[in-house]
Design a protein around this ligand. Structure first.
Ligand SMILES: *Cc1c(COP(=O)(O)O)cnc(C)c1O
Length: 461
């Protein structure tokens, strides 16, 4: 499989280089040059299979140039062995024709484990084969950092450094980053905001001498390997509900557009998805864009669903690339305009987007009311992100099954859930001692040289 940049001016790469590179050199994001299509017979054969089997079948055509099937199957097996549910991504019914896809049974209780656990396996394999070492450095407001640490802890060829804003992540999120005991894990609490963490990380990537010396690598959701791993659960859910013989729709709590774009890839692969519904909180740039065609950035307003508090949704570029019929020059032009504050999607591209995507926005009050209402009507405790999905889904129910993606476990956001329902969700038993484990963290100044010095000193030689 060959991968090309959304902006059309970066080298064409195979899967392994795409994964290890992350961002394309022209500033774009890598996408497969052609999406492989499964026949209805192929899709029917996935129904009822273990998650790992479906994962290998769905992803094999994308990764075949990097891993043979037996090797890949071993990585998939190890990636999901630590999940707390045999189905990995179980479905629960919320109402007539409305289902919840629980994506929070991984080690850090958010859907990001599905991709991060597999990426950990793939990085380890590729780096060992190449005889290389890397330093993964990531900035996080919470979920991405804990998922990355969990995936890379104890791996030989990797040091993982996670920058988080000191005092600004939830206690569960912080402890997930500071309690792993492996020597290759480094939680760095930066004196500043999340934006400072991201800014320092960018500067680090632009310091080429440092970048080459430490083998800097990134695992945020611009990495296509992350999107790919998320395609799988669209297949397991849809086939459980009758695909390929019956259409299914999905509603996805959306921030950076990675999770929902995975659904778009599944649809292109032949899965009969009628609609992909983008659910946003009060930071509704995507909902406004799909409604009016105007993509204009403003200020981020912090919410009780912090993982969706974004203004620039980086993976939306991949959807634009498809909507503009893979016209890299047109996408480059839009991204240039974005630097000046925003752009207008052409009429043709907007129609192409609306053929796939619908959208809705949920206020803070509605989010809390939905958490409470769902608990009363179904007994389900939803995290705030998942509640936003469920609320938007309810306004898009129709004659095909609707699946809402539950992106995190309610115990990851206990304060918001308790405020809405009076109930404090307990951590699952395997994490119940999280508050007793010793923490290990390095405080760092909001300063590039100081940060680089810490990384240089800590990484294994
Ligand atoms: C990351 C995250 C999201 C947003 O997912 P994107 O792929 O960035 O759109 C939603 N909910 C939770 C709990 C998350 O951690």
């Amino acid at each position: 499989m060959r991968y090309v940049s959304t902006r059309g001016r970066a080298p064409v790469l195979g899967f392994e280089d795409t994964m290890l590179t992350g961002l394309a050199r022209d500033g774009g994001l890598y996408v497969p040059e052609e999406v492989p299509v499964l026949s209805p017979g192929d899709i029917a054969a996935l129904a009822g299979r273990p998650y790992e089997d479906v994962a290998v079948r769905v992803m094999a055509p994308f990764v075949a140039d990097a891993f043979d099937e037996a090797t890949f199957a071993g990585m998939v097996e190890r990636a999901y062995a630590g999940f707390g549910h045999d189905a990995r991504a179980p479905l629960r019914q919320l109402g007539p024709n409305h289902h919840l896809l629980e994506l929070f049974h991984g080690p850090t209780l958010a859907f990001k484990d599905f991709a991060m656990q597999l990426i950990g396996q793939m990085f380890e394999h590729s780096l060992e084969r190449r005889g290389e070492r890397v330093s993964i450095v990531g900035a996080t407001s919470g979920d991405t950092g804990s998922a990355a640490i969990e995936a890379f802890r104890g791996l030989d060829a990797v040091d993982v450094f996670i920058l988080y804003p000191h005092g600004r992540v939830s206690e569960v999120q912080r402890r997930q980053m500071t309690t792993p005991t492996e020597a290759n894990v480094h939680a760095l609490a930066l004196a500043g905001h999340f934006d400072d963490c991201q800014a320092r990380l960018k500067e680090m990537f632009n310091d080429f001498a440092f970048r080459d010396r430490v083998g800097l690598a990134g695992v945020n959701s611009i990495n296509f390997a992350r999107v790919l791993a998320q395609v799988v659960y669209y297949f397991t859910a849809a086939t459980a509900l009758g695909a390929p013989h019956r259409e299914v729709s999905f509603t996805v709590p959306t921030g950076n557009f990675g999770d929902i774009f995975a659904g778009h890839i599944a649809r292109r692969m032949g899965l009969p998805i009628r609609q992909l519904v983008v659910a946003t909180n009060q930071n509704d740039i995507l909902h406004r864009c799909l409604t009016t065609g105007e993509y204009r950035t403003g200020e981020v307003h912090p919410s009780i669903s912090p993982s969706m508090d974004i203004q620039v949704s980086s993976n939306f570029e991949r959807a634009l690339h498809l909507a503009y019929d893979r016209d890299g020059a047109a996408v480059s032009q839009l991204m240039e305009e974005l630097r000046g504050g925003g752009f207008t999607v052409s009429q043709g591209a907007l129609e192409a987007l609306r053929e796939v995507y619908a959208s809705g926005r949920v206020s803070e009050e509605e989010t809390a009311a939905t958490i409470a209402g769902m608990r009363d009507r179904t007994g389900e405790l939803l995290c705030p992100h998942s509640a936003i999905g469920a609320r938007v889904a309810e306004t898009h129910l129709g004659d095909v099954p609707m699946v809402t993606l539950a992106t995190a476990h309610p115990a990851k956001f206990p304060d918001a859930v308790e405020a809405a329902t009076g109930l404090r969700p307990p951590l699952p038993p395997r994490l119940a001692d999280l508050f007793d484990r010793a923490e290990r963290v390095t405080r760092v100044e909001n300063d590039l040289a100081a940060l680089e010095a810490v990384i240089d000193e800590r990484r294994a030689a």
